[in-house]
Ligand binder design. Sequence first.
Ligand SMILES: [Ca+2]
Ligand SMILES: [Ca+2]
Length: 108
Amino acid sequence: MSLPNSENASTLENAMQLMIQTFHKYSGNEGDKYTLSKAELKEMLTTELGNYLGNPQDKEAVDKVMGELDSNGDGEVDFTEFIFLVGALTVACNKFFLEFNQKPAKEK
Ligand SMILES: [Ca+2]
Ligand SMILES: [Ca+2]
């Protein structure tokens, strides 16, 4: 598979490339280069998703996210597991967006 260069890429293709780049920005910090350890996951959640998730400073919150994402139980979050999180959050955002737009204008 060859990635198109970003000048020609569509908006969605750009978004996909950004998801890949974002994952690898954090996954390469320690241990396996291609998976997120708990510390890497925490940094990614705090830095990239702080606006949506709040700051997951307490260890339990990170443990919970890790437990939910780590479907193969290896204690690390791989790219497939990461995309599941992004997909689930995107679905939640879309619902919020639809509800927001369905409200009568005066309630906005
Ligand atoms: Ca890693
Ligand atoms: Ca895993």
